[in-house]
Design a protein around this ligand. Structure first.
Ligand code: C2E
Ligand code: MG
Ligand code: MG
Length: 404
């Protein structure tokens, strides 16, 4: 599929439900027999060109080259699930009917590695387990499905906090005229032992409503300050931007968390910028405003992220003590042709000029977008044109100094 982009490979990832009972009750020899029967049933449900494999334990996978659609692949997976669910005869004449399979089904996308494909299918399999087993979950990129899958992650989050699986990557913020980096934004990643590197879109929504968000937020602050402290050369005095979740801002003790991170890492406060999303900042209570004022007296700067996405809160935001506005990438995306995007970008730029705020444009992917922004007076930006988020070079903080 990598060689020919019109072809897509399908992958079905299966994990048996109720297999442990077979081993525990009838012994491993019987368990082995059941696995062989399952393998035969999988083979009987697929085409000759497909490849079935046992990945280990009670996990199987089926690779289907040349599938026409996700729907077709789902039907194959359902057929396998039904076959596995039929009762199995055990040696002593017992018929065991508690066996079933939880499956995840994915189609390759261009440039997917085999590893990534397996990880995606594995996560969907896990989702099937969470939803009550004996089912097939297929990849659906709609928001509802994303949210639903995220909810299934909550029990995993606690473990991840304990095992220190949250890390940050850094994306450069550059001077748009020269392309030279002037600061960097810390972006949260989850290094999951089975599913690989996950981005915030895949788990943040679950994390925000979980009890673990304060800890994760504290950890991000600490990591970001720690790495920034190690920057050398042109970046030695540069600012690090850290995203603050609505929960941290509204109910947590942001001021205490920030002071803690700055003290433990010895990062000068004027090298820290906190990013609050426009939506959350727009709903800020007076107590939150006081918090921000105290942070600003320390020398920490405040940025409003994703500006333009929630204009209703704008009046309230301008009442907050802020330094920077970040234009949301959806408006940069439409440049230079979309007149509505141009209007919003220009409005934000002119507002920032009169209020003496710095502007950073996000999501710059094309030279033409950058040129338009520069011609309207926008000086700073970030985006794939200049660099994606990357793992930091220095070592992580040692556990002894890890705050949070
Ligand atoms: P954000 O703060 O607006 O971050 C920018 C997002 O845009 C990042 O996605 C970044 O990788 C992506 N991006 C950068 N340049 C481009 C580009 O040229 N094109 C496109 N299409 N995208 C670009 P990421 O890392 O997936 O983060 C998504 C959002 O998750 C962030 O949006 C932020 O709201 C949230 N987030 C990330 N890290 C943290 C964190 O540590 N704490 C909290 N509370 N939220 C975080
Ligand atoms: Mg941000
Ligand atoms: Mg943003």
């Amino acid at each position: 599929a990598g060689r020919d982009d019109t072809r897509r490979v399908g992958l079905i990832f299966l994990d048996l439900d109720g297999f442990k009972t077979v081993n525990d009750t009838w012994g491993h020899a019987q368990g082995d027999e059941v696995l062989k029967k399952v393998a035969k049933r999988i083979e009987a449900s697929i085409r000759a060109a497909d490849t079935a494999a046992r990945l280990g334990g009670d996990e199987f996978a089926v690779l289907c080259p040349d599938v026409a659609s996700l729907g077709q692949l789902q039907r194959v997976a359902e057929r396998i699930r039904e076959a596995i669910g039929r009762p199995v005869e055990l040696a002593d004449g017992v018929s065991y009917n508690q066996l079933s399979a939880s499956a995840g089904v994915v189609m390759s996308e261009r440039e997917n590695t085999a590893e990534e494909l397996i990880q995606r299918a594995d996560r969907l399999m896990y989702h099937s387990k969470q939803r009550g087993k004996d089912r097939v979950s297929a990849e659906d990129r709609s928001q509802d499905m994303v949210a639903l899958r995220a909810a299934a992650l909550v029990p995993e989050l606690g473990r991840a906090v304990e095992h220190d699986e949250f890390i940050v990557h850094f994306q450069p913020i550059v001077d748009l005229r020269t392309g030279a980096p002037v600061a960097a934004e810390a972006l949260l990643r989850w290094q999951h032992p089975r599913w690989g590197l996950l981005g915030p879109e895949e788990f943040l929504c679950a994390a925000e409503t979980s009890p673990h968000m304060p800890e994760i937020g504290g950890r991000v602050l600490h990591l970001a300050c720690h790495h920034a402290q190690q920057w050398t050369g042109a970046m030695a005095d540069s600012a690090v931007h850290v995203n603050i979740s609505g929960r941290q801002f509204e109910v947590g003790d942001l001021h205490a968390d920030v002071r803690d991170a700055l003290e433990k890492t010895a990062l000068p406060p004027d090298r820290l910028v906190l990013e609050l999303t426009e939506t959350h900042a727009g709903r800020a209570e007076d107590s939150a405003k006081t918090d921000l004022e105290r942070l600003r007296r320390l020398g920490v700067r405040i940025a409003i992220d994703d500006v333009g996405t929630g204009f209703s809160g704008l009046v309230r935001i301008l009442d907050l003590p802020i330094d920077i506005l970040k234009i949301d990438k959806q408006f940069v995306h439409g440049l230079p042709d979309d007149a509505r995007c141009e209007a919003i970008v220009k409005a934000i730029l002119s507002m920032a000029t009169s209020l003496r705020l710095t502007v950073i444009a996000e999501g710059i992917e094309k030279r033409a977008q950058c040129d338009a922004l520069v011609s309207w007076g926008c000086e700073l930006g970030q985006g794939f044109l200049f660099g994606r988020a990357q793992a930091p070079v220095g070592p992580p903080p040692s556990p002894a100094t890890a705050g949070a």
